[in-house]
Design a binder for this molecule. Structure first.
Ligand SMILES: Nc1ncnc2c1ncn2[C@@H]1O[C@H](COP(=O)(O)OP(=O)(O)O)[C@@H](O)[C@H]1O
Ligand SMILES: [Mg+2]
Length: 498
Protein backbone atom coordinates (compact mmCIF):
# COMPACT_ATOMS: atom_id res chain seq x y z
CA UNK A 1 0.00 0.00 0.00
CA UNK A 2 1.10 3.52 -0.43
CA UNK A 3 0.78 5.12 2.91
CA UNK A 4 -0.58 8.65 3.02
CA UNK A 5 2.31 10.86 2.09
CA UNK A 6 3.37 12.76 5.13
CA UNK A 7 5.67 15.55 4.20
CA UNK A 8 8.56 14.33 6.28
CA UNK A 9 8.87 10.97 4.62
CA UNK A 10 10.41 11.09 1.17
CA UNK A 11 14.02 11.38 2.22
CA UNK A 12 13.83 8.97 5.05
CA UNK A 13 14.66 5.94 3.02
CA UNK A 14 17.76 7.57 1.67
CA UNK A 15 19.53 8.19 4.91
CA UNK A 16 18.47 5.76 7.51
CA UNK A 17 21.66 5.20 9.37
CA UNK A 18 25.33 5.85 9.41
CA UNK A 19 25.97 3.26 6.78
CA UNK A 20 24.67 5.79 4.30
CA UNK A 21 27.63 8.05 4.97
CA UNK A 22 29.22 8.52 1.61
CA UNK A 23 32.75 7.32 1.28
CA UNK A 24 34.91 10.35 1.56
CA UNK A 25 38.36 10.62 0.26
CA UNK A 26 41.08 11.12 2.80
CA UNK A 27 42.03 14.48 1.42
CA UNK A 28 40.28 17.54 2.65
CA UNK A 29 39.01 19.79 -0.07
CA UNK A 30 38.03 16.76 -2.08
CA UNK A 31 35.24 17.26 -4.52
CA UNK A 32 32.19 16.16 -2.56
CA UNK A 33 30.18 15.71 -5.70
CA UNK A 34 32.38 12.81 -6.76
CA UNK A 35 32.65 11.50 -3.25
CA UNK A 36 28.91 11.06 -2.91
CA UNK A 37 28.62 9.63 -6.35
CA UNK A 38 31.02 6.83 -5.53
CA UNK A 39 28.64 5.33 -3.04
CA UNK A 40 28.14 2.07 -4.82
CA UNK A 41 31.48 1.37 -6.37
CA UNK A 42 33.99 -0.24 -4.09
CA UNK A 43 36.84 2.25 -4.04
CA UNK A 44 39.79 1.14 -6.09
CA UNK A 45 42.62 0.95 -3.66
CA UNK A 46 46.02 1.49 -5.08
CA UNK A 47 48.42 0.27 -2.43
CA UNK A 48 51.18 2.50 -3.73
CA UNK A 49 49.28 5.70 -3.26
CA UNK A 50 48.01 5.01 0.22
CA UNK A 51 49.92 7.68 2.04
CA UNK A 52 49.43 10.46 -0.42
CA UNK A 53 45.84 9.81 -1.28
CA UNK A 54 44.67 8.25 1.98
CA UNK A 55 42.25 6.37 -0.14
CA UNK A 56 41.27 3.22 1.65
CA UNK A 57 38.09 4.38 3.24
CA UNK A 58 35.80 1.89 1.58
CA UNK A 59 34.13 -0.56 3.94
CA UNK A 60 36.89 -3.13 3.56
CA UNK A 61 40.50 -2.65 4.44
CA UNK A 62 42.06 0.55 5.64
CA UNK A 63 44.10 0.67 8.77
CA UNK A 64 42.69 2.21 11.89
CA UNK A 65 45.01 5.13 11.32
CA UNK A 66 43.58 5.61 7.84
CA UNK A 67 40.14 5.64 9.25
CA UNK A 68 41.03 8.04 12.06
CA UNK A 69 42.68 10.35 9.58
CA UNK A 70 39.83 10.13 7.20
CA UNK A 71 37.33 11.05 9.87
CA UNK A 72 39.62 13.77 11.17
CA UNK A 73 39.87 15.26 7.73
CA UNK A 74 36.17 15.01 7.30
CA UNK A 75 35.74 17.03 10.50
CA UNK A 76 38.34 19.59 9.51
CA UNK A 77 37.10 19.74 6.01
CA UNK A 78 36.18 23.17 4.81
CA UNK A 79 33.08 21.66 3.30
CA UNK A 80 31.39 21.27 6.69
CA UNK A 81 28.40 23.54 6.98
CA UNK A 82 29.34 24.38 10.56
CA UNK A 83 31.52 27.31 11.54
CA UNK A 84 31.01 26.97 15.29
CA UNK A 85 29.09 23.86 16.14
CA UNK A 86 29.14 24.55 19.90
CA UNK A 87 26.50 27.18 19.34
CA UNK A 88 24.00 24.51 18.41
CA UNK A 89 24.94 22.22 21.25
CA UNK A 90 22.30 22.42 23.98
CA UNK A 91 24.80 22.34 26.86
CA UNK A 92 26.75 25.39 25.77
CA UNK A 93 26.15 28.36 28.03
CA UNK A 94 25.55 31.09 25.51
CA UNK A 95 26.18 34.83 25.94
CA UNK A 96 23.41 37.03 27.19
CA UNK A 97 23.03 38.66 23.78
CA UNK A 98 21.82 35.37 22.37
CA UNK A 99 19.12 34.91 25.00
CA UNK A 100 15.72 35.66 23.56
CA UNK A 101 12.33 36.29 25.13
CA UNK A 102 13.15 35.67 28.77
CA UNK A 103 13.48 39.29 29.91
CA UNK A 104 11.08 38.95 32.78
CA UNK A 105 12.78 35.84 34.17
CA UNK A 106 16.24 37.33 33.66
CA UNK A 107 15.37 40.56 35.46
CA UNK A 108 13.78 38.69 38.31
CA UNK A 109 16.73 36.36 38.81
CA UNK A 110 19.25 39.19 38.56
CA UNK A 111 17.26 41.02 41.21
CA UNK A 112 17.29 37.94 43.43
CA UNK A 113 21.02 37.37 43.02
CA UNK A 114 22.08 40.99 43.50
CA UNK A 115 22.40 40.79 47.31
CA UNK A 116 25.31 38.45 46.64
CA UNK A 117 27.15 41.46 45.21
CA UNK A 118 25.83 44.26 47.40
CA UNK A 119 25.32 42.43 50.63
CA UNK A 120 21.97 41.90 52.29
CA UNK A 121 19.66 38.97 52.55
CA UNK A 122 19.66 36.50 49.68
CA UNK A 123 16.36 34.87 48.87
CA UNK A 124 15.91 31.31 47.72
CA UNK A 125 14.63 30.71 44.21
CA UNK A 126 12.39 28.06 42.69
CA UNK A 127 12.40 27.99 38.90
CA UNK A 128 9.82 25.82 37.29
CA UNK A 129 8.48 25.09 33.81
CA UNK A 130 8.63 22.40 31.12
CA UNK A 131 11.87 21.05 29.59
CA UNK A 132 13.79 23.31 27.29
CA UNK A 133 12.33 26.58 28.51
CA UNK A 134 15.65 28.07 29.59
CA UNK A 135 15.67 27.35 33.32
CA UNK A 136 19.24 26.05 33.45
CA UNK A 137 20.46 28.57 30.91
CA UNK A 138 19.10 31.61 32.75
CA UNK A 139 20.41 30.69 36.20
CA UNK A 140 23.81 29.59 34.90
CA UNK A 141 24.30 32.62 32.69
CA UNK A 142 23.20 34.99 35.44
CA UNK A 143 25.30 33.32 38.13
CA UNK A 144 28.32 33.51 35.84
CA UNK A 145 27.75 37.23 35.33
CA UNK A 146 27.25 37.85 39.05
CA UNK A 147 30.44 35.93 39.79
CA UNK A 148 32.40 38.20 37.44
CA UNK A 149 30.86 41.30 39.01
CA UNK A 150 31.74 40.06 42.48
CA UNK A 151 35.26 39.26 41.44
CA UNK A 152 35.70 42.81 40.14
CA UNK A 153 34.48 44.18 43.43
CA UNK A 154 36.56 41.90 45.59
CA UNK A 155 33.61 39.90 46.88
CA UNK A 156 34.22 36.16 47.30
CA UNK A 157 31.13 34.69 45.70
CA UNK A 158 30.86 31.00 45.01
CA UNK A 159 28.49 28.84 43.01
CA UNK A 160 28.01 25.17 43.79
CA UNK A 161 26.04 23.40 41.16
CA UNK A 162 24.69 19.88 40.89
CA UNK A 163 22.29 18.18 38.52
CA UNK A 164 20.18 15.70 40.45
CA UNK A 165 19.17 13.67 37.43
CA UNK A 166 21.69 10.95 38.17
CA UNK A 167 21.95 11.38 41.92
CA UNK A 168 19.93 8.95 43.94
CA UNK A 169 20.08 10.21 47.53
CA UNK A 170 20.61 13.19 49.79
CA UNK A 171 23.92 11.70 50.94
CA UNK A 172 25.18 11.46 47.36
CA UNK A 173 23.94 14.95 46.59
CA UNK A 174 25.97 16.40 49.45
CA UNK A 175 29.01 14.51 48.27
CA UNK A 176 28.46 15.76 44.71
CA UNK A 177 28.42 19.31 46.08
CA UNK A 178 31.68 18.64 47.89
CA UNK A 179 33.19 17.38 44.65
CA UNK A 180 32.01 20.46 42.80
CA UNK A 181 33.36 22.93 45.35
CA UNK A 182 36.61 21.04 45.62
CA UNK A 183 37.01 21.14 41.85
CA UNK A 184 36.33 24.86 41.78
CA UNK A 185 38.48 25.89 44.75
CA UNK A 186 41.13 23.21 44.88
CA UNK A 187 40.14 22.44 48.47
CA UNK A 188 40.56 18.85 49.58
CA UNK A 189 37.31 16.93 49.82
CA UNK A 190 38.91 15.47 52.91
CA UNK A 191 36.20 12.95 53.58
CA UNK A 192 35.28 9.50 52.30
CA UNK A 193 32.40 9.01 49.93
CA UNK A 194 31.24 5.88 51.70
CA UNK A 195 31.14 5.12 55.36
CA UNK A 196 30.89 8.76 56.40
CA UNK A 197 27.75 10.12 57.99
CA UNK A 198 25.77 12.53 55.83
CA UNK A 199 25.98 15.11 58.62
CA UNK A 200 29.79 14.96 58.44
CA UNK A 201 29.59 15.61 54.73
CA UNK A 202 27.44 18.66 55.34
CA UNK A 203 29.92 19.85 57.97
CA UNK A 204 32.85 19.50 55.59
CA UNK A 205 30.89 21.28 52.85
CA UNK A 206 30.12 24.22 55.14
CA UNK A 207 33.72 24.27 56.34
CA UNK A 208 35.02 24.73 52.81
CA UNK A 209 32.34 27.29 52.02
CA UNK A 210 33.19 29.27 55.16
CA UNK A 211 36.90 29.22 54.37
CA UNK A 212 36.42 30.47 50.84
CA UNK A 213 33.26 32.47 50.37
CA UNK A 214 31.40 35.48 51.70
CA UNK A 215 28.39 34.57 49.63
CA UNK A 216 27.32 31.29 48.12
CA UNK A 217 24.66 30.13 45.67
CA UNK A 218 23.64 26.48 45.54
CA UNK A 219 22.11 25.53 42.19
CA UNK A 220 20.15 22.31 42.41
CA UNK A 221 19.09 21.44 38.87
CA UNK A 222 16.36 18.86 38.12
CA UNK A 223 15.80 18.59 41.86
CA UNK A 224 12.62 16.51 41.59
CA UNK A 225 14.73 13.51 40.52
CA UNK A 226 16.26 13.36 43.96
CA UNK A 227 13.51 11.31 45.55
CA UNK A 228 15.68 8.89 47.53
CA UNK A 229 14.18 5.80 49.07
CA UNK A 230 10.53 5.71 48.08
CA UNK A 231 9.57 4.17 51.42
CA UNK A 232 10.40 7.36 53.28
CA UNK A 233 7.54 9.76 53.64
CA UNK A 234 9.80 12.75 53.06
CA UNK A 235 11.56 12.82 49.67
CA UNK A 236 15.31 13.43 49.74
CA UNK A 237 15.03 16.72 47.87
CA UNK A 238 12.90 18.01 50.72
CA UNK A 239 15.57 17.04 53.27
CA UNK A 240 18.31 18.59 51.19
CA UNK A 241 16.39 21.84 50.77
CA UNK A 242 15.72 21.92 54.48
CA UNK A 243 19.36 21.45 55.43
CA UNK A 244 20.66 24.03 53.00
CA UNK A 245 18.06 26.64 53.79
CA UNK A 246 18.58 26.22 57.54
CA UNK A 247 22.37 26.39 57.32
CA UNK A 248 22.61 30.17 57.22
CA UNK A 249 20.01 30.74 59.92
CA UNK A 250 21.80 28.35 62.25
CA UNK A 251 25.23 29.75 61.54
CA UNK A 252 26.61 26.65 59.84
CA UNK A 253 27.21 28.89 56.87
CA UNK A 254 28.66 32.15 58.12
CA UNK A 255 28.26 34.27 55.02
CA UNK A 256 25.25 34.87 52.82
CA UNK A 257 23.73 31.89 51.10
CA UNK A 258 20.85 31.02 48.83
CA UNK A 259 19.47 28.02 47.03
CA UNK A 260 18.13 27.99 43.48
CA UNK A 261 16.11 24.84 42.81
CA UNK A 262 15.08 23.99 39.24
CA UNK A 263 12.29 21.63 38.30
CA UNK A 264 9.75 20.62 35.63
CA UNK A 265 7.35 19.67 38.39
CA UNK A 266 4.83 22.42 39.02
CA UNK A 267 3.62 20.59 42.15
CA UNK A 268 7.00 20.40 43.83
CA UNK A 269 6.23 22.86 46.60
CA UNK A 270 3.22 20.82 47.66
CA UNK A 271 5.45 17.76 48.01
CA UNK A 272 7.84 19.41 50.44
CA UNK A 273 7.70 18.64 54.10
CA UNK A 274 5.97 21.44 56.03
CA UNK A 275 9.09 22.62 57.85
CA UNK A 276 11.05 22.55 54.57
CA UNK A 277 8.41 24.59 52.78
CA UNK A 278 8.55 27.27 55.45
CA UNK A 279 12.33 27.52 55.73
CA UNK A 280 13.01 27.20 51.98
CA UNK A 281 10.16 29.61 51.18
CA UNK A 282 11.38 30.53 47.70
CA UNK A 283 10.58 33.22 45.20
CA UNK A 284 8.93 31.43 42.31
CA UNK A 285 10.03 32.14 38.78
CA UNK A 286 7.89 30.55 36.09
CA UNK A 287 9.23 29.48 32.69
CA UNK A 288 6.43 29.02 30.16
CA UNK A 289 6.70 27.20 26.81
CA UNK A 290 8.05 29.10 23.84
CA UNK A 291 5.90 29.78 20.81
CA UNK A 292 7.09 29.35 17.22
CA UNK A 293 8.15 33.00 16.92
CA UNK A 294 10.32 32.84 20.02
CA UNK A 295 11.93 29.58 18.98
CA UNK A 296 12.61 31.05 15.59
CA UNK A 297 14.31 34.03 17.20
CA UNK A 298 16.35 31.71 19.44
CA UNK A 299 17.60 29.84 16.38
CA UNK A 300 18.23 33.03 14.43
CA UNK A 301 20.53 34.20 17.20
CA UNK A 302 22.68 31.16 16.57
CA UNK A 303 22.85 31.33 12.80
CA UNK A 304 26.59 31.93 13.06
CA UNK A 305 26.97 28.32 14.17
CA UNK A 306 26.92 27.83 10.42
CA UNK A 307 29.17 29.20 7.73
CA UNK A 308 27.92 32.21 5.83
CA UNK A 309 25.24 31.47 3.32
CA UNK A 310 24.93 27.72 3.88
CA UNK A 311 21.54 27.88 5.59
CA UNK A 312 18.78 28.09 3.06
CA UNK A 313 16.06 30.53 4.01
CA UNK A 314 13.36 28.10 5.05
CA UNK A 315 15.49 25.98 7.37
CA UNK A 316 15.11 27.98 10.59
CA UNK A 317 11.39 28.68 10.22
CA UNK A 318 10.76 25.00 9.56
CA UNK A 319 12.87 23.79 12.49
CA UNK A 320 11.09 26.33 14.71
CA UNK A 321 7.68 25.19 13.50
CA UNK A 322 8.49 21.53 14.22
CA UNK A 323 9.78 22.35 17.69
CA UNK A 324 6.83 24.59 18.50
CA UNK A 325 4.46 21.77 17.56
CA UNK A 326 6.53 19.64 19.84
CA UNK A 327 5.66 21.56 23.03
CA UNK A 328 7.84 24.61 22.54
CA UNK A 329 11.07 23.02 23.73
CA UNK A 330 14.10 25.11 22.70
CA UNK A 331 16.44 22.18 23.27
CA UNK A 332 14.60 20.16 20.63
CA UNK A 333 14.77 23.07 18.21
CA UNK A 334 18.53 23.40 18.68
CA UNK A 335 19.02 19.64 18.38
CA UNK A 336 17.00 19.61 15.21
CA UNK A 337 19.03 22.39 13.65
CA UNK A 338 22.30 20.66 14.56
CA UNK A 339 21.08 17.31 13.24
CA UNK A 340 19.97 18.90 9.99
CA UNK A 341 23.49 20.33 9.65
CA UNK A 342 25.07 16.97 10.42
CA UNK A 343 22.89 15.37 7.82
CA UNK A 344 23.96 17.94 5.26
CA UNK A 345 27.60 17.21 6.17
CA UNK A 346 27.19 13.48 5.79
CA UNK A 347 25.64 14.00 2.44
CA UNK A 348 28.39 16.44 1.61
CA UNK A 349 25.80 18.80 0.22
CA UNK A 350 27.52 21.97 1.44
CA UNK A 351 24.22 23.67 2.25
CA UNK A 352 21.48 22.92 4.74
CA UNK A 353 18.13 22.52 3.05
CA UNK A 354 14.58 22.13 4.17
CA UNK A 355 14.74 18.40 3.39
CA UNK A 356 17.56 17.92 5.92
CA UNK A 357 15.33 19.37 8.61
CA UNK A 358 12.48 17.10 7.57
CA UNK A 359 14.68 14.03 7.58
CA UNK A 360 16.12 14.94 10.97
CA UNK A 361 12.64 15.50 12.36
CA UNK A 362 11.48 12.22 10.83
CA UNK A 363 14.26 10.41 12.67
CA UNK A 364 13.37 12.10 15.94
CA UNK A 365 9.71 11.11 15.41
CA UNK A 366 10.72 7.53 14.78
CA UNK A 367 12.96 7.43 17.88
CA UNK A 368 10.14 8.82 19.94
CA UNK A 369 7.59 6.42 18.45
CA UNK A 370 9.84 3.43 19.08
CA UNK A 371 10.12 4.37 22.73
CA UNK A 372 6.37 4.75 22.95
CA UNK A 373 5.70 1.45 21.19
CA UNK A 374 8.05 -0.46 23.46
CA UNK A 375 6.13 0.88 26.43
CA UNK A 376 2.67 -0.14 25.17
CA UNK A 377 0.58 -2.76 26.93
CA UNK A 378 0.22 -6.11 25.13
CA UNK A 379 -3.32 -5.46 23.86
CA UNK A 380 -2.34 -2.08 22.44
CA UNK A 381 0.59 -3.73 20.71
CA UNK A 382 -1.76 -6.28 19.12
CA UNK A 383 -4.02 -3.46 18.00
CA UNK A 384 -1.12 -1.60 16.47
CA UNK A 385 0.22 -4.77 14.91
CA UNK A 386 -3.12 -5.44 13.21
CA UNK A 387 -3.06 -1.94 11.76
CA UNK A 388 0.53 -2.28 10.52
CA UNK A 389 -0.29 -5.68 9.04
CA UNK A 390 -3.00 -4.18 6.88
CA UNK A 391 -0.71 -1.32 5.87
CA UNK A 392 2.25 -3.54 5.09
CA UNK A 393 0.60 -6.64 3.62
CA UNK A 394 -2.17 -5.17 1.50
CA UNK A 395 -1.26 -5.55 -2.16
CA UNK A 396 -3.72 -2.86 -3.24
CA UNK A 397 -3.05 0.78 -2.66
CA UNK A 398 -4.84 2.14 0.40
CA UNK A 399 -5.21 5.73 1.46
CA UNK A 400 -6.22 4.62 4.92
CA UNK A 401 -7.10 1.50 6.86
CA UNK A 402 -10.77 0.72 7.48
CA UNK A 403 -11.38 0.04 11.19
CA UNK A 404 -13.58 -3.05 10.60
CA UNK A 405 -10.84 -4.68 8.52
CA UNK A 406 -8.22 -3.91 11.15
CA UNK A 407 -10.45 -5.40 13.85
CA UNK A 408 -10.81 -8.66 11.94
CA UNK A 409 -7.06 -8.82 11.48
CA UNK A 410 -6.62 -8.05 15.18
CA UNK A 411 -8.92 -10.97 16.01
CA UNK A 412 -6.91 -13.23 13.76
CA UNK A 413 -3.60 -12.12 15.32
CA UNK A 414 -4.72 -12.51 18.93
CA UNK A 415 -6.28 -15.86 18.08
CA UNK A 416 -3.20 -17.21 16.45
CA UNK A 417 -0.98 -16.39 19.42
CA UNK A 418 -3.53 -17.51 22.01
CA UNK A 419 -4.09 -14.07 23.45
CA UNK A 420 -7.44 -12.72 24.58
CA UNK A 421 -9.46 -11.16 21.79
CA UNK A 422 -11.09 -8.04 23.14
CA UNK A 423 -14.30 -6.50 21.86
CA UNK A 424 -14.57 -4.17 18.92
CA UNK A 425 -15.18 -1.34 21.41
CA UNK A 426 -11.95 -2.03 23.24
CA UNK A 427 -10.12 -2.20 19.95
CA UNK A 428 -11.39 1.26 19.05
CA UNK A 429 -10.39 2.57 22.45
CA UNK A 430 -6.84 1.23 22.03
CA UNK A 431 -6.64 2.74 18.57
CA UNK A 432 -7.80 6.08 19.90
CA UNK A 433 -4.98 6.03 22.41
CA UNK A 434 -2.47 5.14 19.71
CA UNK A 435 -3.70 8.19 17.84
CA UNK A 436 -3.11 10.34 20.91
CA UNK A 437 0.53 9.17 20.89
CA UNK A 438 0.82 10.36 17.28
CA UNK A 439 1.67 6.92 15.94
CA UNK A 440 -1.48 6.77 13.84
CA UNK A 441 -4.24 9.18 12.95
CA UNK A 442 -7.93 8.48 13.02
CA UNK A 443 -10.88 9.72 10.95
CA UNK A 444 -14.58 8.96 10.95
CA UNK A 445 -15.89 7.91 7.63
CA UNK A 446 -19.46 7.40 6.36
CA UNK A 447 -20.23 4.54 3.99
CA UNK A 448 -23.36 5.97 2.50
CA UNK A 449 -27.03 5.62 3.27
CA UNK A 450 -27.97 3.20 6.01
CA UNK A 451 -24.55 1.67 6.30
CA UNK A 452 -23.26 3.52 9.33
CA UNK A 453 -19.93 5.09 9.98
CA UNK A 454 -16.62 3.54 10.86
CA UNK A 455 -13.12 4.70 11.71
CA UNK A 456 -10.36 4.96 9.15
CA UNK A 457 -6.75 4.89 10.34
CA UNK A 458 -3.53 6.11 8.78
CA UNK A 459 0.07 5.94 9.90
CA UNK A 460 1.89 9.04 11.08
CA UNK A 461 5.22 7.23 10.75
CA UNK A 462 6.47 4.46 8.51
CA UNK A 463 4.37 1.32 9.26
CA UNK A 464 7.27 -1.00 8.46
CA UNK A 465 9.33 0.63 11.19
CA UNK A 466 6.41 0.17 13.54
CA UNK A 467 6.10 -3.48 12.52
CA UNK A 468 9.79 -4.14 13.11
CA UNK A 469 9.66 -2.43 16.48
CA UNK A 470 6.74 -4.54 17.65
CA UNK A 471 8.21 -7.77 16.31
CA UNK A 472 11.44 -7.09 18.11
CA UNK A 473 9.97 -7.56 21.54
CA UNK A 474 6.90 -9.70 21.64
CA UNK A 475 5.39 -13.09 20.96
CA UNK A 476 3.66 -11.60 17.94
CA UNK A 477 6.49 -12.98 15.81
CA UNK A 478 4.71 -16.32 16.07
CA UNK A 479 2.02 -15.07 13.69
CA UNK A 480 2.37 -16.83 10.37
CA UNK A 481 3.10 -14.15 7.79
CA UNK A 482 1.62 -15.86 4.71
CA UNK A 483 -1.71 -16.51 6.35
CA UNK A 484 -1.65 -13.00 7.76
CA UNK A 485 -1.39 -11.67 4.26
CA UNK A 486 -4.31 -13.86 3.11
CA UNK A 487 -6.43 -12.65 5.99
CA UNK A 488 -5.65 -9.04 5.15
CA UNK A 489 -6.56 -9.51 1.50
CA UNK A 490 -9.76 -11.44 2.13
CA UNK A 491 -10.94 -8.96 4.78
CA UNK A 492 -10.30 -6.07 2.42
CA UNK A 493 -12.21 -7.87 -0.34
CA UNK A 494 -15.10 -8.51 1.97
CA UNK A 495 -15.13 -4.93 3.24
CA UNK A 496 -15.14 -3.51 -0.27
CA UNK A 497 -17.91 -5.80 -1.47
CA UNK A 498 -20.40 -4.86 1.25
N1 LIG B 1 15.52 32.15 25.83
C1 LIG B 1 16.47 31.44 25.23
N2 LIG B 1 17.32 32.02 24.36
C2 LIG B 1 18.29 31.30 23.76
N3 LIG B 1 18.49 30.00 23.97
C3 LIG B 1 17.68 29.36 24.82
C4 LIG B 1 16.64 30.04 25.49
N4 LIG B 1 15.99 29.17 26.29
C5 LIG B 1 16.59 27.99 26.12
N5 LIG B 1 17.60 28.09 25.25
C6 LIG B 1 18.48 27.00 24.84
O1 LIG B 1 17.69 25.83 24.78
C7 LIG B 1 18.36 24.73 25.38
C8 LIG B 1 17.56 24.23 26.54
O2 LIG B 1 17.50 25.21 27.55
P1 LIG B 1 17.67 24.83 29.10
O3 LIG B 1 18.03 26.05 29.83
O4 LIG B 1 18.60 23.69 29.23
O5 LIG B 1 16.19 24.37 29.41
P2 LIG B 1 15.61 23.76 30.77
O6 LIG B 1 16.67 23.83 31.81
O7 LIG B 1 14.41 24.61 31.06
O8 LIG B 1 15.21 22.36 30.42
C9 LIG B 1 19.73 25.24 25.77
O9 LIG B 1 20.63 24.94 24.75
C10 LIG B 1 19.55 26.74 25.88
O10 LIG B 1 20.74 27.40 25.56
MG1 LIG C 1 17.65 22.23 32.67
Amino acid sequence: MTRPQKDSTPDQAEITDDSAIPDVDGESGVDRETATGSDHEPAETDPGSDTEEGSSTSGLGGTIRDRVESQLNEKDSTTSVFANKDLVHPDTIIDANRIVGRDEQLDRIIELLLPAVKGGRQDNILQFGPSGTGKSLIINATAEEVATLCENRGVDFGVIRINCQRISSEDKAVYAMLQDVSEKTGAEIGIKKQGTATSDKYDRLYEIVNERFEAILFILDEIDYLTGNSNDDEPDYSRLLYQLSRATAEGDIEGRSAVAALTNDTQLIQKLDGRTASSFNPDNVVFPDYDATQIRAILEHREDAFRDGVLSGDVIPLAAAFAAQDEGDARKAIDLLRKAGEMADREGSGTVEERHVRTAQGKLDVDQAQKTINGLSAQKKYTLYALTSVAVHATRSLDSIPGPVAYEVYSYVTDSIDAVTKSDDSFRRYAKELASYNIISKDRSGRGRGRGVHNEYAFAIDPETVEETIERDSRITETEQDSLQLVVESQLDEFNST
